[in-house]
Design a protein around this ligand. Structure first.
Ligand code: SF4
Length: 413
């Protein structure tokens, strides 16, 4: 049976280049099936096309075909900005070149972009059946760029390219979700409220991943709802090593869990796994600096049907206004894009980002940092607004150190 791996846990690879150099043909060859429409008419690929596959011996990846970087017209410009956005989020790129052409300003700028976004890449010289272009090879060598010739007509070089790419892909950063906090036979308790916001018949991704990683560490996992937590703890003949709760239940859970048991939230586990926990802790300082009329952005990475007491639209805005006692303007966006007017916001409160890859979340953090806008995630913000920081940061010494610095500044204010 094949393993199902969530898109957010796969390495993302983009095929980039000018129009009509064979990006779509090459991606089809890579996959071994005709997924992407191929035509000689330049600009056939409009929106990025994605396909998940197993790239052996590497593992699960997502391939993305992008629109040509030299697209024209108003629509073309939109496609180019989508391509640039894709480049900023992927883990690796395949820069497709035509063996019959030289490097142009488009490729040179693309190479710059790839370097700026820290994306490792290989240049693939397509149409090798038409002959070798030594001039092009010399140019690539001059830039110190790795290259590989292929032909999508004869399939020459495709197999070797796949092997090369598998070797070049970034190895997992191995940021653990919970694995480093527990060891064999540790007992951990996971608190999973089943309320209106809970999806019907299943657990959400961070909960499932936490259970799986704990089982991988040979830990003993007890899963309970918040209402049953006190009863569950009462039945145990030893204290759990760690309790992890949904952020929204933090007040009730913190009251039920004795102080000598470590407590954190799923969202704070995600803060470290996908995001940057110390950056988020630093972002808390901005909450205390908010003034009347300031705008705060609540960003969710995926869309869902908002419930009556929705966390992003209702609860966090309520808690934030109650805490600051300021008349703050709050906008909520969902999906894979920040709004164009990001500069208008004084603070970004981001969801756990479980459907984003680590690279995508890191790109969002970088964007916020670049614009000088502090960013926090739901778990850190909610725990702070309920007075439960630093308790929930106890398992993360690096975040605690950051909190101590912030705390001093908060006291000075
Ligand atoms: S991506 Fe964000 S909004 Fe979507 S399920 Fe994950 S945490 Fe919730």
């Amino acid at each position: 049976m094949s393993k199902t791996v969530a898109q957010s846990e796969r390495i993302h690879i983009a095929f980039v280049g000018r129009r009509n150099v064979g990006k779509s043909s090459l991606m089809n060859k890579f996959i071994g099936q005709d997924l992407v429409i191929v035509s000689d008419i330049p600009g056939t690929t409009t929106d990025p096309v994605k396909k998940a596959m197993e790239l052996l011996p590497f593992g699960p990846v997502v391939l993305i075909d992008t629109a040509g970087i030299d697209d024209v017209g108003e629509l073309g410009e939109k496609r180019i900005s989508k391509t640039i956005k894709t480049i900023s989020e992927v883990d690796f790129a395949i820069l497709v070149l035509d063996s019959q052409q030289k490097l142009t300003q488009y490729e040179i700028e693309l190479i710059e972009q790839l370097k700026n976004f820290d994306v490792n890449f290989i240049a693939v010289i397509n149409k090798s059946d038409l002959g070798i272009n030594y001039e092009l090879i010399e140019e690539l060598q001059k830039f110190g760029i790795k290259y590989h010739p292929v032909s999508c007509i004869t399939s020459e070089g495709i197999y070797e390219l796949k092997e090369k790419v598998a070797q070049l892909l970034p190895k997992d950063e191995e940021v653990p979700l919970i694995g480093d906090l527990i060891k064999q036979h540790d007992l951990i308790v996971l608190v999973v409220p089943i309320d209106l916001g809970a999806p019907k018949g299943r657990l959400i991704m961070p909960q499932v991943q936490t259970i799986r990683e704990s089982l991988d560490e040979d830990a003993i996992v007890l899963v309970t709802k918040d209402k049953e937590l006190r009863a569950a703890l009462g039945k145990l003949n030893q204290k759990p090593k760690l309790v992890v709760t949904d952020s929204q239940a933090i007040m009730r859970v913190a009251a039920d869990v004795p102080e000598d048991i470590m407590l954190t939230t799923f969202s704070i586990l995600m803060a470290r796994y996908k995001g940057d926990i110390t950056e988020y802790v630093r972002g808390l300082l901005r909450i205390e600096e908010l003034e009347n009329g300031d705008k705060v952005l609540i960003a969710e990475a995926c869309t869902h049907h908002a419930q009556e007491d929705d966390i992003g639209r209702v609860k966090i805005p309520r808690w934030l206004r109650l805490h600051t006692k300021k008349n703050i303007e709050i906008d909520v966006v969902s999906g894979h894009d920040f709004p164009q007017n990001l500069h208008e916001y004084k603070l970004i409160i981001h969801c756990g980002g479980c459907t984003l890859t680590r690279k995508m979340m890191q790109t969002r953090i970088k964007q916020a940092r670049y614009m000088g806008i502090p960013i926090v995630n739901y778990g850190i913000a909610i725990s702070y607004l309920h007075g439960e920081i630093p308790r929930v940061l106890q398992p993360f010494p690096e975040a605690l150190v950051e909190w101590e610095k912030i705390h001093t500044k908060l006291k000075v204010k």
